[in-house]
Design a binder for this molecule. Structure first.
Ligand code: HEC
Ligand code: HEC
Length: 423
């Protein structure tokens, strides 16, 4: 477990203090309002004397320890915050930083909200706290479970009163690496800071208002210390809640799958045969290589080592649009990290298994008017028929399984802090 020493809280605060307050260039009024309130929040942090924080610190041998928040109301946090900054920033593997389409080029972290250990720790508590729903019935993790790559195995998820969500829950690994910063299957949230407040207010998901939430959290014993550690004062605002939840979500980077191990130890370009099985490697080439090189071009949309693209696509699930999504039946290209663990698949959870997904691309692509070019035969303009053999289908699936990151889905950094550890 990653229990690396907490870097100086002051350093983390200094990062926040030197934030660029530049506007983000979005047209969305909601976003601007959100950013304004985030900026106001930052102004508040700036005006807070950092000595408040220093009072909470005990400096021993140059190591800063924060006040311990332990076992209050069933909450179980480590004595020293987990080191999210090291996990998600400093220790990112080289293969996230090199190559043509780098993962880090997709980073959507705004200048005014870098990951901090205290911020992500608060985010973790908020993510797992059922108090975020109006009737204490459900937390974010209710529909985003760590064991399934922070998705949910239900086709549609049950909200706070048992009502069903309109779409299938999304896996949350590597949310940080999606450059446009748009979230949801239909990309309706313009930033992660915007997104994290939406489920709270959703009338099916958590049924809360932000005003009521701020009042409610202020009455819970563990929050004053957590907000103080993250922001320098105990004040609770929706902007601070958004900042912390976004930091926790951005820290949820998955980079320790067998595929990563293979990339990290590769000595030759486009050859992972030293670490992957024959079938996995054959599947990888089918997935990543473009058609002229004998591949299927999956990697043209599921780009980079975390399989994302900055654009929604129509992949021909239906002949005519049922759910408009981001446009005319276009949907966000999801990262395929931990995809093995998060059935069912697609925005509406219509496909039960990875074999079904592969069969869709093989023989099921419908001739929708705005079907993505990558899924059309360049000669006829008709939907591609891949004519995959059974072996090739197995190889593709074997490759997708190499994206499962056991360290990530069992990491305490992202686990439920309300579960009392066995001693
Ligand atoms: C009742 C189930 C439910 C709850 C509770 C819930 N979510 Fe979700 N989440 C979903 C569903 C369903 C989607 C996809 C919805 C859509 O695209 O229309 C989603 C999408 C997301 C996404 C978008 C991911 C992407 O790649 O675009 C993020 C981020 C997210 N949720 C975070 C959260 C956070 C943070 C909370 C708690 C504040 C939360 N969710 C609570 C069901 C839930
Ligand atoms: C034109 C871009 C594009 C190409 C090419 C493409 N995909 Fe996708 N993929 C998407 C989009 C968009 C979705 C989500 C669609 C939806 O939910 O409606 C998706 C969804 C998936 C999913 C389900 C993920 C989940 O969490 O539900 C898998 C698995 C997948 N693709 C694998 C592949 C494989 C294997 C190939 C190559 C045979 C491929 N993709 C080619 C764009 C593409």
């Amino acid at each position: 477990m990653n229990l690396i020493q907490e870097p100086l809280l002051k350093a983390a605060l200094a990062t926040i203090l030197t934030l660029s307050l530049a506007a983000c260039g979005s047209e969305s009024a909601a976003l601007n309002e959100q950013l304004d309130s985030v900026d106001e929040q930052i102004d508040i942090i700036e005006s807070d004397d950092t000595s408040t924080v220093e009072e909470d610190e005990v400096v021993e041998d140059g190591v800063v320890e924060e006040e311990v928040v332990e076992n209050a109301d069933g909450l179980n946090l480590p004595a020293t915050n987990f080191d999210y900054v090291s996990y998600a920033d400093t220790n990112l593997p080289d293969h996230f930083k090199t190559g043509i389409d780098t993962v880090i080029s997709q980073d959507n972290t705004p200048a005014n909200n870098p990951i901090t250990n205290a911020g992500a720790t608060l985010g973790r508590v908020l993510f797992y706290d059922k108090a975020l729903s109006i009737n204490d019935a459900i937390s974010c993790a209710g529909c985003h479970q760590q064991s399934t790559g922070f998705s949910d195995t239900a086709v549609l998820s049950e909200g706070f009163q048992g009502g069903l969500t309109g779409r299938h829950s999304m896996s949350l690994s590597n949310n940080r690496f999606y450059q446009s910063g748009h979230f949801f299957w239909d990309e309706r949230a313009d930033t992660l800071e915007d997104q994290v407040l939406m489920p709270i207010q959703d009338t099916t998901e958590m049924g809360m208002t932000l005003d009521a939430l701020v009042v409610k959290l202020a009455e819970i014993s563990y929050y004053p210390a957590l907000f103080t550690a993250a922001f320098g004062s105990a004040e609770i605002t929706s902007a601070r809640i958004a900042i912390a939840l976004a930091q926790f979500n951005r820290a949820m980077v998955s980079y320790q799958s067998p595929y990563d191990v293979a990339l990290a130890t590769a000595t030759q370009a486009n050859d992972l045969s030293h670490a992957l099985t024959v079938n996995e490697e054959a599947g990888r080439k089918l997935f990543e290589s473009p058609p002229p090189e004998g591949g299927l071009g999956c990697g043209g949309c599921h780009k980079t080592a975390v399989q994302v693209t900055d654009k929604a696509h129509n992949i021909g699930l239906d002949l005519t649009t049922i759910d408009a999504g981001a446009g005319n039946g276009e949907f966000k290209v999801p990262s395929l990290r931990n995809v093995e663990l998060s059935p069912p698949y697609m925005h509406d959870g219509r496909l039960a298994t990875l074999a079904d997904v592969i069969e869709h691309y093989n023989s099921g692509v419908q001739d929708h008017p705005i079907l993505a070019d990558a899924l059309k035969d360049p000669m006829t303009g008709q939907p591609n028929q891949l004519n995959l053999s059974d072996l090739e289908k197995q190889q593709l699936e074997a490759f997708l399984h190499t994206l499962t990151d056991d360290a990530f889905i069992s990491s305490e950094l992202f686990s439920d802090p309300f579960v009392v550890e066995e001693s």
